[in-house]
Ligand binder design. Structure first.
Ligand code: AMP
Ligand code: MG
Length: 180
């Protein structure tokens, strides 16, 4: 299954809790892409990936999805859309879906004001200078892409709210849906 959420939504925090409660391995799509890009000198940090030419990003995306396609019982931590300087790019285009064999999507969402606050207090990342309206748009567009993607694979979609201070509830909401 695939878990997505915009930058700063608290995805990593929620997934750390999910990890302690399941046997699934959590694979970060961006980390695979970053390691591949870094190895050939394309980027120095993961926030440079989305600024690369789109065809370069697609190449890396294909390589990362091929690697993940060989793994079983994984939860993939990724993005429904990537905000590139040219516009939104699908994180899960048809060729990625074919590799990943997605059975369900979980979209982690949060109050846009909280997302903005979390981004501004995270010195480890170079986040985009988004406004509240930009974040609202990004979360909305992600729902549309999820709906479009689910047609290909009959994957289910679940929206999970990450309430401030309660990532354990969001994690529990995911864990209880991991059982067959
Ligand atoms: P993250 O740490 O999850 O924000 O991921 C870091 C970066 O990896 C993102 O900003 C994207 O540039 C890239 N990335 C992650 N997942 C995908 C994907 N499915 N397709 C394309 N790029 C991705
Ligand atoms: Mg993350």
């Amino acid at each position: 299954m695939v878990i997505t959420g915009v930058a700063g939504v608290g995805k990593s925090t929620v997934l750390q809790i999910v990890k302690t409660k399941t046997n699934y391995e959590i694979i970060n799509f961006g980390t695979l892409m970053f390691e591949m890009a870094q190895a050939v000198g394309l980027v120095k940090d993961r926030d440079e990936l989305r600024k690369l030419p789109v065809d370069t990003q697609i190449n890396l995306q294909k390589k990362a999805s091929a690697a993940i396609g060989k793994m079983d019982n994984v939860i993939v931590d990724t993005h429904m859309t990537i905000k590139t300087p040219k516009g939104y790019m699908p994180g899960l285009p048809e060729w990625v879906l074919r590799e990943l064999k997605v059975s369900s999507y979980f979209l982690i969402e949060a109050d846009p004001a909280l997302i903005l606050k979390r981004r501004n207090s995270d010195p480890s990342r170079r986040r985009d200078e988004d406004t509240i309206d930009d974040i609202i748009e990004h979360q909305q567009i992600n729902r549309s892409y999820a709906a479009a993607n689910s047609i290909y694979t009959a994957a289910t979609i679940k929206f999970i709210e990450n309430v401030e201070g309660k990532p354990d509830i969001a994690a529990q909401n995911i864990v209880k849906r991991l059982m067959p």
